[in-house]
Design a protein around this ligand. Structure first.
Ligand SMILES: Cc1ncc(COP(=O)(O)O)c(C=O)c1O
Length: 305
């Protein structure tokens, strides 16, 4: 990026992000024409909905999940079909029957961290009426991914981001993998120069240095196990996480006060004041030292209550 931040920035970036897509094609074993680069994966989600949703179009997803789907569908005038996850966050059977033009599956899901296995995603791809979009923002922290489905289904799209495992959220780089006719539709509604020169260069550099990302992921997975075990020892129910955060629950207990008490100690965890999640905290896997501090603070809070 330092090299690219030269007088070259006088020039417009490549509207097709070709070098980035070529590198991604090699890394992920997906043909170049099946890849579209976006200004973060949020842009790719927005392009997809802009290209596919008319007023009243049905878009289905299991909930609770990434809250932006609902916002973006509403912005296009579409109709959200929200299918509740069961208690264990396994794939809800009603999703396939939602008669939606687009079905989202965030996998691993946020905020639960849970992963739907590949054979079930495959069955879902076969069963849905329209397009299945698998949002794999957190997939580098998981044991499986849905890219193998691309060569067998013309209604599956996989969306990735460089914001999580590659630690490049500030540069806004995302990738969509899908059938070329669908990607052509997305191109018709995208800004010509959606990715700036420096972000394209950073994306290529990140894909040339997968070792750094893998080392980061390995560290986070190891700390995730320590965090989950520590929370369970403190009496929380922790869903099996395949992401870089865990969801910890105390059935029926509003954890808002606990989140606020942690905040006064300078520890920020996510509490959602909703009927489905009021008794849960989403906790990001920090460093080992941060996790030790958190577990100690939780012990203190429990003693005080
Ligand atoms: C499930 C999910 N999808 C997509 C995104 C957006 O990522 P990006 O930074 O690539 O826009 C996020 C960010 O939090 C996310 O949690």
């Amino acid at each position: 990026m330092a090299e690219a931040a030269s007088e070259g920035v006088r020039l417009y970036p490549d509207p097709e992000s070709r070098a980035l897509r070529e590198r991604a094609a090699r890394v992920y074993g997906v043909p170049l024409d099946h890849i579209l680069a976006g200004n973060g994966s949020d842009e790719l989600l927005a392009l997809l909905l802009r290209a596919t949703v008319d007023p009243g179009t049905r878009v289905a997803f299991p909930v609770p999940t990434y809250s932006l789907y609902e916002t973006m569908v509403a912005a296009q005038g579409g109709e959200c079909v929200c299918v509740p996850f069961p208690d264990d966050f396994s794939l809800p059977s009603g999703l396939a029957r939602a008669e939606a033009r687009v079905t989202f599956l965030c996998n691993p899901n946020s905020p639960s961290g849970t992963l739907v296995p590949l054979d079930q995603i495959e069955a879902l791809a076969r069963a849905v009426a329209g397009l299945l979009v698998v949002d794999e923002a957190y997939v580098d922290f998981a044991d499986a991914n849905a890219l193998p489905l691309l060569s067998r289904f013309d209604n599956v799209m996989v969306i990735r981001t460089f914001s999580k495992s590659f630690s490049l959220a500030g540069l806004r780089v995302g990738l969509a993998f899908g059938p070329p006719p669908l990607l052509a539709g997305l191109r018709t509604v995208k800004d010509s120069y959606n990715l700036n020169r420096l972000s394209q260069v950073a994306g290529v550099a990140a894909l040339e240095d997968l070792d750094t990302m893998h080392a980061n992921v390995a560290r986070i997975r190891a700390t995730r196990a320590v965090l989950a075990a520590g929370l369970e020892r403190l009496g929380f129910r922790v869903l099996p996480s395949q992401a870089n955060f865990v969801l910890a629950r105390r059935r029926g207990v509003d954890l808002g006060p606990l989140a606020r008490a942690l905040a006064t100690r300078g520890i920020l965890v996510r509490h959602f004041a909703t009927p489905a999640l009021f008794d849960a905290l989403r906790i990001t896997v920090g460093t080992d030292a941060e996790i030790a501090t958190l577990l100690e603070a939780l012990r203190d809070e429990q003693r005080a209550r």
